[in-house]
Structure formats: C-alpha cells, structure tokens
Design a protein. Structure first.
Length: 247
C-alpha cells in the first residue's frame, strides 16, 4: 500500500514540477491558460496517433471480428470493476457499489473471466467511476485544462486522480500482481481494442472546424456529466457550433 500511495504523491509532484517549469506559461484565456502548450501537445499526440495507433487499430480490425473485439472489451472492462467498486464506496454510492461487485462476480465466473457479459443480460448494468470523479464529488475543482504527451486531455484534478486510481486499484496490490509482461500485454491489447472502437469518432473529430477546441469542450462536458455537476461553456464556445459536438 505504501508503494501505491507513493505513486499518487509522485504524480502530484510531477504535475507541480511541470506547472512551475518554463513549459507551462499562463496565457490570457482563463478557461485555457496554457493553450499554446496544449496545442503543441495536441499536435504531438495527433502525430503519434496517425503514425502508430491508427494503423494498429485498422490492422487489428482487419484480423479480428466483432465478437472477438467485444470479448476483449468485456474482459478489459471487467478488470476495471474493482476500481469502480472502490470509488463507488468512496463516493457513498453503496447501491452502485453492490451492483458493481455483483457484476464482477457474475462476469468473472459465469462470463469466463469477463470475456462475456451475462451481468448486463441479467439487468445489472455497468457503471464506471474513477478517482478523478471521486475528487470532483468531494468538491475538488478541476483546475486548468491540460493536454499531456500520450495521456491526452486532462486537468490537475484528473491527473492526480489517475495516480489515485493506481494506488486504490486492488488489482495493483502485491497479492494480486501477476507477471509484469502479461499485465503490460493485457493493457496494450485493451488500448488497441478501445482505439479500434473509436476509429469513426476520431475521423469525425478531425473534420471539425477546430479539432483542438472540440476535444477540449467534449472533455470538459463529459467529465462534468460524469461527476454530475453543471458544465460551464468556455468563453470562446462560439468557435465550435453545438451541432458539431454530437457524437
């Protein structure tokens, strides 16, 4: 547990160091004070996606069929159920925590390690919670919008939340740890599977007037909805027509 908490502290420290460095220079827009830096990172991530992730996603789609991809997605989602359970408890959503626990047990057994999703067929629907959402329900403000290399859109609250998820996830505890190469392989397969499922959405985003602004608004609105708080449109919301945000 001490190791996991060190991850959380390290994440927060890294963010603080980044904020204090010359890489992040505050700009005039209070909704996006680091826009110059963010756009550079957005362009970097776009280049990485187009050169590596997108070809992998298309290749993966070519060599697999929909049932296989659905099974991989179910398996990846099932691995996240313990973390969702912990965050439900931290948010005081005990009925949801009970439902998530039931889903994990049913899908891990009847669903053969989560490859199938009999829980949904039985009416136990999946929810997803992370520590960033938990911090939001506790009243922690998101802070400025950030785009980081590889990680993509985030904010200080959600970035610390990612470290919290690593510390809180029971599957990261020593008694549950398996071979690191296997864990890395599972994570990579889940990531490629998720990117394959987003092929059409990403293509549509790239056709927007300003993809950067569209993604920023989508991230802010989605996270606000996840936490259950009102989303305040940024000052330059008129840059992207509302009908271009319907995905």
């Amino acid at each position: 547990m001490k190791t996991n908490m060190a991850i959380l502290r390290g994440t927060a420290s890294a963010l603080a160091a980044l904020s204090l460095s010359g890489c992040l220079t505050a700009g005039p827009d209070p909704e996006d004070p680091y826009e110059d830096f963010n756009r550079q990172m957005f362009a970097f991530n776009e280049g990485l996606d187009q050169s590596v992730l997108e070809p992998l996603a298309h290749g993966y789609r070519t060599v697999t069929n929909e049932p296989v991809r659905e099974g991989v997605g179910n398996f990846a989602n099932n691995l996240n159920e313990p973390l969702t359970f912990v965050n439900h408890v931290l948010q005081g959503k005990l009925p949801d925590a009970g439902a998530t626990f039931s889903r994990f047990v049913i899908n891990s057994t009847v669903g053969i390690a989560g490859i199938f999703d009999p829980a949904s067929t039985m009416g136990v629907q999946r929810t997803q919670e992370d520590f960033g959402q938990t911090l939001g329900t506790w009243g922690v403000q998101p802070g400025p919008y950030l785009v980081l290399p590889v990680l993509g859109p985030t904010n200080p609250r959600d970035l610390v939340g990612k470290g919290g998820d690593m510390a809180l996830n029971p599957l990261n505890y020593p008694e549950f740890e398996s071979d690191d190469e296997i864990r890395l392989g599972i994570a990579a397969l889940g990531g490629i599977n998720a990117r394959e499922g987003a092929i059409e959405v990403v293509e549509e985003l790239r056709n927007q007037v300003d993809p950067y602004t569209t993604v920023r608004r989508l991230y802010g609105r989605t996270r606000a909805e996840d936490i259950g708080i009102p989303y305040v449109e940024p000052n330059n919301a008129e840059e992207v027509p509302e009908d271009e945000l319907d995905f």
